[in-house]
Design a protein around this ligand. Structure first.
Ligand SMILES: NC(=O)c1ccc[n+]([C@@H]2O[C@H](COP(=O)([O-])OP(=O)(O)OC[C@H]3O[C@@H](n4cnc5c(N)ncnc54)[C@H](OP(=O)(O)O)[C@@H]3O)[C@@H](O)[C@H]2O)c1
Length: 237
């Protein structure tokens, strides 16, 4: 049977690249975008085999988008849900400069929104299904010896922690329990990775998403909670 993945935030950047990777690997893909987003590139991926790609709508910061999404998904069940949507936040990244709204927006988008949605999607995930969260090496407490990037780091370290909690409290989701993968994609040439073209990132999109797809295929259904990069190297929490 065809494997099925739901990718949250799939119409550009890493999410779009992941949608393409999983389609190439023979999966069925449901990709989400926000209302009004340009979904032409995502739709184009389904040109050869339209039955394996569909679109849905969710803004992870909007509680009111959750029920319509669940309706839109109908009785579909997923082998993997990949929570990719995220923002960098203000360029200054400083807790001493940030407004309440700036900090709240980063946390709402990168942490609370995806985890809240994950709770609502649990019964749409197959037994022994897998949740993937787009983390970052910036979400590691252990390797943060240089400081900086405070807002973004806070959101990703909190994402890692709440993802761990989801894993720990759903050990009965199928015989092996819920699998939760927190994945660092590398520093990738996307709008976020280049701060909208103002800085140089380290790598292209394709090797990142190819590596991530391999990591997902390797560990899905294992019942573990892992923090890995796109090359499957473990990161210290
Ligand atoms: N690029 C890197 O070097 C890098 C490194 C480490 C981690 N990451 C993580 O990888 C993920 C994707 O990043 P990217 O580089 O592909 O960034 P990107 O090109 O800026 O794309 C961000 C994606 O997130 C979506 N999104 C933002 N806010 C959303 C919301 N409230 N609800 C739903 N979707 C929302 C965007 O949709 P819209 O088009 O509607 O804005 C877009 O699809 C993020 O979680 C990021 O933190 C990236």
């Amino acid at each position: 049977m065809t494997n099925t993945i739901l990718i949250v935030g799939a119409e550009r950047g890493l999410g779009l690249g992941l949608a393409e990777q999983f389609l190439v690997r023979g999966w069925s893909v449901v990709g989400t975008a926000r209302v009004g987003a340009d979904t032409r590139a995502l739709r184009a991926l389904g040109a050869d085999d339209p039955a394996r790609l569909s679109l849905a709508v969710i803004d992870v910061t909007k509680r009111s988008d959750i029920a319509p999404l669940l309706d839109e998904l109908g009785d579909r069940r997923f082998d993997v849900v990949y929570f990719n949507a995220g923002i960098f936040g203000p360029v200054h990244q400083s807790v001493t400069v940030a407004t309440d709204d700036e900090f709240a927006q980063v946390m709402l988008t990168n942490t609370f929104g995806p985890i809240r949605l994950a709770h609502h999607l649990l019964d749409r995930l197959e037994p022994d299904g897998t949740y993937c969260f787009m983390s970052s090496h910036r979400g590691s407490t252990a390797i943060n010896l240089e400081g900086g990037l405070e807002l973004y780091r806070a959101s990703k370290v909190a994402l890692n922690m709440l993802a761990r909690g989801l894993w720990a409290t759903n050990r009965d989701h199928g015989p092996r329990g819920l699998t939760v993968l927190s994945i660092h994609p590398g520093w990738v040439r996307t709008a976020m990775g280049t701060l909208d073209g103002t800085v140089e990132a380290e790598m292209d999109l394709e090797p990142s998403v190819r590596g991530i797809a391999a990591v997902v295929e390797r560990h899905r259904g294992s019942g573990e909670n892992l923090y890995r990069d796109w090359e499957d190297r473990p990161l210290d929490w």
